[in-house]
Design a protein around this ligand. Structure first.
Ligand SMILES: Nc1ncnc2c1ncn2[C@@H]1O[C@H](COP(=O)(O)OP(=O)(O)OP(=O)(O)O)[C@@H](O)[C@H]1O
Ligand SMILES: [Mg+2]
Length: 407
């Protein structure tokens, strides 16, 4: 919102009033008094003229007589309040018949104040000053509110830009470090040197994952990457693929990774394979990270989503640390980690769930978690999918990959 030219920062400048009144004599008297008090006065003698002049002159205050020849003053008031250009201008009503209920009605209809005839010009002037001050305060307040909103959104954009640029800039030298270290590992090294180079490589790879996460998150925040794909996907293939890639890590910790796709889930749905895969990798990756014994189960079922569309629900349950109730609500916020002592042990930046929840939202879905400290956690997300209804039942292949043994 541009700062209005009516006021400088202090509300200085000659105050302007529009006098709407058909009684010429009254006008002359009031006009003289107001001009003597420093007001610039414009006059209108009909309702129609008042509407035009209110927009052209842009007065600080309007004085409106209720007994106009062409129109009831109340209708003029209603019209002034309904126009965007004039709605905010305070109107002081002049009435000879100001019975209690009439005044109430006028104030309700948007009048700022009223004066009863015969008009005392001192009183009118004092009321105009007051009405103008209220409008000025209101104007200052809305200008500063808009200003702060703009600042907040600029700050948030600047943060996203900074993160995005920084992580982009970091990738180039990191690729140099990783590439050269790999080359070095192909040369003749003694055992210690190989050990050192191997540590450089694995630390570099860990750093690269963080850089990618930050870049990814900044891009999502900035509204980039927003084109959601709508292609044919096999849920089973994605689940198999994700589990295949992470089974080694789970088994390395002695944790079983089990997947189960319900037979009611259509073999082929229309959705965004990249996003589904990325969210699953994050959830299963977390489950492995925070589980030490027992099992991790990835389960896919059909679900109803908002609006009654077809939906698919993915659930990742583990028998790991669990999350305290206090921490559950913030867990999808960026850079939030539930237990800093355990996450320090595990590394990570606390971006995985923030990215996941935004990806799910981009797909039009919802996500959540239930967890019991010491018992384990279940992270889930549900996304709407389009189903090709022409599929024959045998195309809906029974998709149990590794059946879960129900208790
Ligand atoms: N399956 C889980 N069991 C217990 N705690 C979890 C689980 N998944 C997430 N958390 C908690 O939620 C926090 C946030 O998870 P998130 O994936 O966003 O970050 P991270 O795994 O710590 O780091 P990053 O994913 O960026 O590498 C974790 O630090 C952990 O405290
Ligand atoms: Mg994570």
């Amino acid at each position: 919102m541009a700062i209005d030219r009516r006021f400088d920062a202090q509300g200085n400048g000659q105050p302007r009033v529009l006098l709407v009144d058909d009684n010429a004599q009254l006008q002359v008297a009031i006009r003289r008094a107001l001009e003597a008090a420093g007001w610039a006065v414009t006059e209108a003698s009909t309702g129609a003229e008042a509407i035009v002049l209110a927009q052209r002159v842009d007065p600080d205050v309007i004085v409106l007589d209720l007994g106009l020849p062409d129109e009831d003053g109340r209708q003029v008031l209603a019209r002034l309040k309904s126009l965007a250009a004039t709605a905010w201008i305070p109107v002081v009503v002049v009435s000879a018949r100001a019975g209690r209920s009439e005044v109430d009605g006028l104030l309700r209809a948007g009048a700022q104040d009223y004066v009863v005839k015969p008009v005392r010009s001192d009183e009118l002037e004092a009321r105009l000053v007051a009405a103008r001050r209220v409008a000025l305060d209101h104007r200052r307040w809305s200008v500063s509110e808009a200003h702060y909103q703009r600042l907040a959104s600029q700050a948030s954009e600047a943060k996203s830009d900074f993160l995005s640029n920084m992580s982009h800039e970091l990738r180039t030298p990191m690729n140099g470090v990783l590439g050269m270290t790999e080359l070095m590992l192909d040369t003749n090294l003694d055992e210690d040197q190989r050990d050192y180079a191997q540590t450089v490589l694995s630390s570099g790879e860990a750093l690269m994952i963080i850089i990618e996460d930050v870049l990814n998150f900044a891009n999502i925040e900035a509204g980039g990457n927003s084109e959601v794909e709508k292609v044919e996907i096999s849920v089973t293939a994605i689940v198999d693929d994700v589990a295949g890639g992470l089974t080694g890590a789970a088994e390395g910790k002695g944790v079983k990774l089990i997947t189960s796709v319900d037979s009611t889930v259509p073999a082929v749905v229309i959705g965004d394979p990249g996003r589904v895969r990325q969210v699953l990798v994050n959830l299963v990756g977390n489950a492995i990270k925070f589980t030490y014994t027992g099992e991790i189960v990835v389960r896919v079922t059909t679900a109803e989503v908002v609006g009654g569309d077809a939906g698919v629900r993915f659930e990742v349950s583990d028998t790991g640390d669990g999350i305290a109730a206090d921490n559950l609500s913030a867990i999808f916020e960026p850079f939030v980690q539930a237990d800093t002592s355990s996450t320090r042990r595990h590394g990570g930046t606390g971006l995985g769930l923030a990215i996941s929840s935004r990806l799910v939202a981009q797909m039009g879905g919802t996500c959540g978690v239930s967890s019991e400290p010491g018992e384990g956690s279940t992270f889930w997300f549900t996304i709407p999918v389009r189903v090709d209804l022409d599929q024959t039942p045998d195309q809906r292949r029974p998709a149990l990959v590794d059946p879960v043994s129900e208790p």
